[in-house]
Design a protein around this ligand. Structure first.
Ligand code: COA
Ligand code: ZN
Length: 270
């Protein structure tokens, strides 16, 4: 079954070594719906390393395990395509920049200790019936978020941690406040995932300033205790039941190179 609005032409992920990493300034977003054949899920699962498999198996709900296998399987195929490695040979570091714990930081590529930075930046998200991976060059920190829109959302707690009063009121005046709020929430979470703070930061400290520039990006700022982070954020049109956004860290308030984005639906067939 294909969700409405998600019928764009899909591309297969190239084989290992079959595509160059994105140059700095280009963000490649690959996404897929979760309606994938069981044989494909098995082959994606076979590419996961022990650590990722352990984390997947610890998830209680079958649908969460399914989404995590697809997201991590897609990530591995993409990294393999860019770096010429076998998908199963990729290892991921999750060290938290905030507290040093090994298990809940922003995932990065491990095994590039001798290089100044990993040759590829990435981030992933999974929610509802969508998984998505953002890839960028070594100098472009990226974050991505996907939120399944819940028409009957109970906002009371979320509202206090996500939106300022002005944002809540402004989005309330939109034609569809629920859609607008999910869109803003996805933008803010993509920003917080870019810097690696995640939900360790109160999303009210992320401001998306707009307006949208020609390449679809708008400016934003994440105000962390240690410093302010200038960001750009773009919405990802991947279906009317889903809000999604990608963000990138910029330097000194402007991207060091012009940012562009490509959005590709992944064809996950055997
Ligand atoms: C990252 C986070 C925002 C994810 O939110 P979510 O809506 O549940 O899930 P999403 O689908 O958007 O993203 C999940 C993916 O983001 C990535 N991720 C995890 N932590 C991340 C971080 N700090 N920054 C960026 N990305 C992160 C992971 O790949 C994760 O998927 P995985 O666990 O299957 O690998 C949330 O889990 C979080 O904030 N975690 C860290 C909290 C923290 O750091 N607490 C204490 C700090 S000392
Ligand atoms: Zn931590």
């Amino acid at each position: 079954m294909t969700a409405p609005g998600l019928d764009t032409r899909a591309q297969r992920v190239p084989p290992p070594g079959g595509m160059p990493p994105p140059p700095d300034g280009l963000i490649s977003v690959w996404w897929a719906t979760t309606d994938v054949a069981p044989s494909v899920v098995e082959s994606l699962r076979a590419d996961l390393d022990r650590d990722t498999l352990g984390r997947v198996n610890a998830l209680v709900r079958e649908e969460d395990r399914h989404r995590a296998i697809l997201a991590h399987g897609l990530l591995r195929r993409l990294v393999a395509a860019c770096l010429g490695l076998a998908p199963s040979a990729i290892s991921i570091d999750r060290t938290c920049a905030n507290c040093g714990a090994a298990d809940h930081g922003k995932p990065t590529l491990a095994g590039f200790a001798s290089a100044a930075r990993p040759p590829l930046q990435f981030n992933l998200a999974h929610s509802g019936n969508v998984v998505a991976v953002a890839l960028a060059g070594p100098g472009t920190e990226v974050g991505i978020d996907v939120e399944a829109i819940q028409p009957q959302m109970r906002w009371s707690t979320i509202r206090r941690h996500v939106f300022s009063d002005a944002e809540w009121n402004d989005t309330g005046e939109a034609e569809n406040p629920t859609t607008e709020r999910f869109a803003l929430w996805a933008r803010k979470e993509a920003a917080a995932k870019t810097t690696g703070h995640g939900l360790a930061i109160d999303l009210r400290h992320v401001r998306i300033d707009g307006p949208t520039g020609p390449a679809g990006f708008r400016a934003g700022t994440l105000e962390a205790p240690e410093r302010d982070y200038p960001l750009v954020v773009a919405d990802l049109p991947i279906g009317h039941a889903t809000s999604a956004a990608v963000a990138a860290l910029t330097s000194a308030g402007a991207p060091s190179v012009p940012l562009t984005m490509q959005l590709i639906r992944a064809d996950l067939r055997d």
